[in-house]
Design a protein around this ligand. Structure first.
Ligand SMILES: [Zn+2]
Length: 312
């Protein structure tokens, strides 16, 4: 409880300082650093650290999928004006396909790689999947083309521990672009990672009793989250493809055997298969958005929903 109060007051303090600072620079928008990010969760992060000194554009807008989205002409105009791009860096299709075009549009753009201190692994290397990897000989695939990422899981941001490392790249990047407000960036960065530490602590407390348990999702966005809390992710979708009737039957068997009663889905995908499986196991479909605008709330809710699923 004490921890929670501390966190809430921290959030309030951050909000108040952002509001009061933005009052000072409002009349001079040209002073703002124009920053590009790929996905919505990065916007919250860059704004938390950059405060009133940054203007953030998300290249894959809310409701769109970073696996397939194409930038618009309006966005390319923003690209031309931007100083920096904080890319996720983990092989997100949008970045793999469009980064060259973006750099052609703005050759002065400073690109920072938020995955630089994170080990990006394949879907089959996640917790509880070691045996599977051996069978498939994953390490034979050296060459990777633009449309096949060799099974690499780009969703690094779903673990709060990875999100912390991404925040450090943002902090260092902002200081490099404009050291004028280094102290402010530093203070904001420290507050932000304290929040992430508290989030990690709270989720660990909730999920620790269920270590080794399995959960089912439609789109496999939660592998890094699962690794952090020693859980196993079972995905309905297989490398971007919907399962056929035999695949669905196998998933139903697996869900029954593992006592799974909750299936997580995100709104970017057609999830009728998830509902079919949920009906068969007498379970529930619960929405969770891996492209969340409220990182803390989304992960806390996910952890609570997982506890409900594991407990029943
Ligand atoms: Zn995804």
């Amino acid at each position: 409880m004490k921890n929670k109060i501390m966190v809430i007051s921290l959030v309030l303090a951050m909000t108040v300082s952002v509001i009061s600072l933005s009052g000072c620079v409002e009349d001079d928008e040209s002073e703002l650093i124009d920053v590009l990010v790929t996905i919505v969760p990065q916007k919250e992060m860059v704004e938390a650290i950059g405060g009133p000194f940054v203007s953030v554009t998300v290249m894959v807008p809310p409701g769109q999928s970073p696996h397939s989205y194409e930038p618009t002409p309006d966005q390319m105009i923003k690209v031309a004006r931007a100083s920096a791009y904080f890319k996720v860096g983990s092989g997100v299709e949008f970045e793999v396909v469009h980064m060259d075009t973006i750099l052609e549009q703005n050759s002065d753009l400073q690109v920072f790689d938020c995955s630089e201190d994170i080990s990006v692994i394949s879907f089959d290397e996640h917790y509880g999947k070691e045996d599977h990897r051996e069978e498939e000989g994953e390490h034979d695939h050296e060459e990777v083309d633009e449309h096949d990422h060799g099974g690499t899981d780009p969703h690094i941001w779903t673990s709060p521990m990875n999100f912390k490392k991404m925040a450090e790249v943002v902090y260092n990047g902002l200081v490099e672009i404009d050291p004028t407000y280094q102290q402010e960036y530093y203070d904001n960065y420290q507050s932000y990672i304290s929040l992430l530490d508290a989030l990690h602590y709270n989720i660990s407390e909730l999920l620790e009793p269920f270590e080794g348990s399995s959960f089912m999702v439609y789109h496999p966005a939660w592998g890094y989250f699962a690794d952090t809390y020693r859980l196993k992710q079972i995905a309905i979708e297989d490398e971007g493809k919907e399962p056929g009737p035999a695949g669905i039957a196998a998933l139903i068997q697996q869900a029954k055997a593992l006592n799974i009663s909750v299936i997580f889905v995100s709104s970017q995908f057609d999830t009728s298969n998830a509902q079919t499986i949920a009906d068969e196991i007498d379970g529930k479909v619960i929405p969770v958005n891996p492209l969340m605008s409220d990182y803390w709330e989304t992960l806390m809710q996910l952890a609570k929903d997982m506890v409900l699923g594991f407990g029943s």
